[in-house]
Design a protein around this ligand. Sequence first.
Ligand code: CR6
Length: 829
Amino acid sequence: KDVKDYLHLLDKPLDEFEAPGARNSTLGEDALWHVLYSLGQDNTYLNKRKAYWGLVLAVRDRMLEKWTAVQRKYYANDDKRLYYLSLEFLPGKFLRGNLLALGLENEAHEFLHEHDLSLDEIVDEECEPGLGNGGLGRLASCYMDSMATLGLPAYGYGIRYSYGLFRQEIRNGHQVEQPDNWLHEGSHWLIPRPHNLFPIRFYGTVNEWLDDDGMLRHDWRGGDLVMAMANDMYVPGYRNGHVNSIRLWEARPHKEFVLSSFNAGDYIGSVQEKISDENISMVLYPSDDAPEGKTLRLKQQYFFVAATMRDMVRRFKKLNKPWDQLPEKNVVQLNETHPAIAIPELMRMLLDEELLGWEEAWCICQKLFAYTNHTILPEALETWPVKLIERLLPRHMQIIYEINRRFLEEVRLHFRDEPELPSRVSLISAGPEQRVRMSHLAIVGSFSVNGVSSLHTQILKDRVFHDFIRIFPDRFNNKTNGITPRRWLRQCNVPLSWLLSEHLGCNWITDLTQLKKLRELVDDVEFRHDWEQCRLTNKKRLADYIEKVNGITVNPHSIFDVQVKRFHEYKRQLLNILHIISLYNNIRRNPDVKMQPCTFIFGGKAAPSYQMAKDIIYLINCVARRVNSDPHTRNFLKVIFLANYNVSLAQLLVPATDVSEQISTAGYEASGTGNMKFALNGALTIGTRDGANIEIGERVGDGNIYLFGLCEKEVLALRRRGYDPWEFYKNDSELREVLDMINSDQFTPGDSTAFSSIFNSLLTGGDPFMVLADYRAYVETHKRISHEYVDRDLWIKKSIMNTAGMGYFSSDRAVKEYIDGIWSLEPDV
Ligand code: CR6
């Protein structure tokens, strides 16, 4: 059937919100108008580009009308506002999602149809903004979607990077990084606001003065100024007339030209300053789950935080309320410690500019800020050298010292018999180079600290922040992550959405717990047949993509086993490829083997400076080359590496996946959110008892997930006992064979040392992520999977049970928990 014939079946009807100021022109008419009057192009005929840009502008008009109405309402109702501060947002492509949310899909289809175009080809025109690395940035975008859908007075705040995360190419098996110039054609989804402009200071000096009451006051001046200019991105709620925004700051030169040097004839020198100012928002740091200790990164953090605090205070001042009401009217959620410098920045504004006393200012901060932790990797917990902060932000360093002094005084008072405690919880680490521990700053300066899955929060309490639990017993809480069902089911999986809406009605789109009703349908043969057909349709679409992009034919009836995520040793893509090599060996040994054909698909980027991760990418590509071209195995086994994994590619992969690989070393993956996307779309998970996998297992049922390997406690215990990977090497001949192959020229003819770094890390290096310890359990679990997949009834039932159990993992649920447990906000619709 044609999409447009069934769209009305799929979605909730539009609410009456459409009514006020309803337009008397159609979306198509407006798009044509914009082609002529905004783009200045002939609109008597359309090509893809013109149709795309015309549509974008027509959709944007409708969002802006709603957004301004919503802003007016916030002021009129005197609503408490949420500020969600994140150095990363990964919204994915906008057009389809915005049409869907605004209920304009049908109109768009009709318009395009009249011009012999289709939505599928039009959305290809859109560039995906890669303003984030992975899970953390995508989570921020899922939450923005839920906040708009729940009608919350919420604002996202971040940076408008000129270059997003690098575009990944694979050349001769190696990752090559290319700049992602996502704005090369401009983006009409982003509205520049040249009048929302704040000067941001760096460096300079602090002067002291006495106020009329004889109180010592501080004044930060001099140094360099950079302008922060707002750019707004709009986030419509799902069919509720609500539109929120994400404000992304762009760095602008403070002076277009430095006149003195211009006059002196130093033309290039004067332009130089302009260039370095703009550098602040030039590019996103490509590190994931790892801090980037460079000055520019700290500059980025302060730049966006300072502009955001200004914006918040500007709005608050319009209300003419006393300062102690700031936290009654606002709440600031810090996404990781990246924006934690907001705490001393607000202190500085209140003390030095508004002339409040310390206690009053501190009390306001502690009621205003809340902090989400997303990692326990010790090397990923941010710290900054005191020397650097002192130079770049001298006043902030003074304030941090004072926060610390007062905090440690309290600690000494309450824990007299623990002389070690103050140095453990201090905001400043001792050692040859003193550093500020940003997580400690965030904990001390907030009223709430949350982890992102049950296990993760437990680890924070038991280990990472154990000392703080005793100092602030009520501050810690859990908010298990969630994903938006709009993008991660309704949008990316139209066949399944249709089937769901046909059987359950369409309320699941905003109330995902409705999916549990699917359990009543598992025994319905016809339903199971339809379910399988949906899956097959999605798998064929992915197979076409692979054929087109990688030039490899894959069998859509094979098991699609997918591991897509950032490359990191703890995520253990290595474990996956070791298993594939052993499968390969087994098929070659038994050419007549009866085996369900398998397609193993990988995708993900490695941080450019992370050599081991890049080596693993190279290994996967070398194994793929060998396996895919071997006539003995190629009917059973294919290995595919999809370059440049991003949100759009995820939308293609997720609905087509049979087996979802979530195999991090237990205790290391804070939550994971890819795991949720796959299970929601009916994939079965092979996973460790890590992050949210545990909670997924609890909800889909033990029999419908393949959990294997050491749990977090066992990982710790084994490490304490003394873990020796050589034992596994010696005792498991299959594993030994695989490792020896890696340590030879089997996959890189003529070069036997290409992967010695990997071999060494797994053996002499002590195998820090316990790949070998989990190897046998992983291989055996895969055998079970391939066996059970053949029983189609059994498998499809399990697939349905996965979708049925995933209602809990909606970001709507997660955001509601934040509202009730942390933010105390009133939804506005
Ligand atoms: N890398 C965690 O590692 C979690 C997301 C979102 C991560 C991941 O398990 O799902 O955050 N952590 O909470 C950081 O970015 C620091 C991630 O995406």
